[in-house]
Design a protein around this ligand. Structure first.
Ligand code: G3H
Ligand code: 13P
Ligand code: ZN
Length: 332
């Protein structure tokens, strides 16, 4: 058993309380490479921001859970070395799909876990979330749950059969499960193709796709039901068009990739939404920089040469999110 406290990590409890009260959101960046980790820590230290470093089941399979745990410990030490005496870094399991996986992470240094039972029947979601909460709280680890299903790219966002979180369920769900935060579905989704072109309109000036707005009415109803309760938004990459254009200009093929407009995330950050998940934008920043570098320098083959601009581009993106979108800067 390795407690996250031995690694210098923190859970989300105080962090979320301050974020809800302060009208900002904590960035939750997915990571599975050294360069992502370095860029996240540099960005968090330079902006004096708390940060959640999160790991999916797929990331654990890719990078190895033990290595990722030591990377998180390394992140804390690296932040101190960069001049931040008391970094606020959470190591979080993203989309845990079983009690056993959540337990394994808690036993191995995670300070926060998500049990994602959103695809399960309601009572089953409560039952397993509660089981995770009981184990997690015994170790002072915080738990994120999910209610409502994030739209897939095939789903009709305007469909009458909505997968949005039902506000009438949130009090019962959070009370009975005992979760510390709740991920909700209000129109965000995972990946770089969040909406089909048919679901969007086109900006007549730029020809770019404009997605339909998030369901802020549902968010506000949830806030009324659960005043001050920490709310989480998944699928919140904005899919920057300049990165998509760079990728496409240098041999990539990402037609009609579209994300969540940043002004909507800015608005959400001011509400009870206190954790915003971003993964795809990091992937895009990294890939755009690598594609451009290799096209411009066809004779280079040392990974450090192309991973350095990739790391710089991710860091720029992380800083932009922290300062210009979520508002979590200057909070340490
Ligand atoms: O929500 C999903 C995250 O973007 C992680 O994706 O399962 O491909 O690591 P992944
Ligand atoms: P994006 O694909 O929009 O970056 O969402 C990431 C996420 O929700 C991780 O849980
Ligand atoms: Zn997610």
């Amino acid at each position: 058993m390795t407690s996250y406290k031995e690694l210098g990590l923190v859970n989300t409890r105080e962090m979320f309380k301050k974020a809800v009260a302060g009208g900002y959101a904590i960035p939750a960046f997915n990571f599975n490479t050294l360069e992502q980790m370095q860029a996240i820590v540099q960005a968090a230290v330079e902006t004096k921001s708390p940060v959640i470093m999160q790991v999916s089941k797929g990331a654990r399979n890719y990078a190895n859970g033990t290595i990722l745990r030591y990377m998180a410990q390394g992140a804390v030490e690296y932040a101190k070395e960069l001049g931040c005496p008391e970094p606020q870094i959470v190591l979080h399991l993203d989309h845990g799909d079983s009690f056993e996986l959540c337990k394994d992470c808690i036993d191995n240094g995670f300070s926060s876990v998500m049990f994602d039972g959103s695809a399960l029947p309601y009572e089953e979601n409560i039952r397993i979330t509660k089981q995770v909460v009981e184990y997690a709280h015994a170790h002072d680890v915080t738990v994120e749950a999910e209610l409502g299903v994030l739209a897939g790219v095939e789903d009709e966002v305007a469909s009458e059969v909505s997968h949005y979180t039902k506000p009438e369920e949130v009090i019962d769900f959070s009370t009975r499960s005992g979760c510390d935060s709740l991920a909700i579905s209000i129109g965000t989704s995972h990946g770089a193709y969040k909406f089909t072109p048919e679901q969007c309109t086109r900006d007549p000036k730029t020809g770019k796709l404009v997605p339909p707005p998030l369901a802020f009415d549902i968010l506000h109803q949830i806030e009324e039901k659960l005043p001050g309760f920490p709310i989480v938004l998944h699928g919140s990459s904005s899919v920057p068009q300049d990165e998509v254009d760079t990728i496409n200009a240098y041999g990539g093929k990402l037609p009609d990739a579209v994300g969540i407009p940043e002004e909507q995330l800015r608005e959400a950050s001011k509400s009870a939404v206190c954790k915003i998940n971003i993964d795809s934008d990091s992937r895009l920043a990294m890939t755009a920089a690598i594609r451009k570098y290799l096209a411009d320098n066809p004779g280079h083959f040392d990974p450090r040469q192309y991973l350095k601009p990739a790391r710089e581009n991710m860091k720029k993106m992380y800083i932009h999110k922290i300062v210009d979108v979520l508002g979590s800067n200057d909070k340490l």
